[in-house]
Design a protein around this ligand. Structure first.
Ligand code: FES
Ligand code: FES
Length: 154
């Protein structure tokens, strides 16, 4: 049964009627046209659906939307400021890290969650954080280079 749900997404308060058990990913993509988070496995294994929830990387493909009430949700769309892409996105462009790009949402979210806690992470810490995300194109090493480049210049 649908209920009133209040979410905070990318700095805006959003009210909607929804099934509290509906996974957040479907709400983001279908109700708010936020297509950055992707459906990959639907099993909390690939990371393509991740968002920041109170600054932590969180899967959204199975977690009910009601679980996110009272939390600050940030999707990749919310990273831009005044029409400018986030510097970590620029670093992805500079390194030309992506192949098909499907995993990039998860990679960026995982990287930002890491940097929040560890501004100058070691290579091991970067690899550990990015291991939450599966890249089917096999470009993990380039994503590690992106995070190294980004954290060495900030
Ligand atoms: S789609 Fe959520 S972890 Fe794969
Ligand atoms: S670039 Fe294709 S899945 Fe990672």
């Amino acid at each position: 049964m649908n209920k009133s749900i209040e979410l905070h997404i990318n700095g805006e308060r959003k009210l909607l009627e929804a099934d509290p058990e509906e996974p957040l990913l479907y709400i983001l993509r279908n109700d708010f046209a936020l297509k950055g988070p992707k459906f990959g496995c639907g099993l909390h294994q690939c990371g393509s659906c991740m968002v920041l929830s109170n600054g932590e990387a969180s899967y959204t493909c199975r977690i009910p939307c009601a679980t996110f009430e009272g939390k600050k949700i940030q999707t990749i769309e919310g990273l831009s400021q005044n029409g400018k892409t986030h510097p970590i996105q620029e670093a992805f462009f500079d390194v030309q890290a992506a192949q098909c790009g499907y995993c990039v949402n998860g990679m960026i979210i995982a990287a930002l969650a890491l940097i929040k806690d560890v501004p100058k992470p070691s290579e091991k810490e970067i690899k550990e954080a990015l291991s939450k995300v599966i890249c089917r194109c096999g470009t993990h090493s380039r994503f590690v280079d992106v995070v190294k480049k980004f954290t060495s210049t900030t």
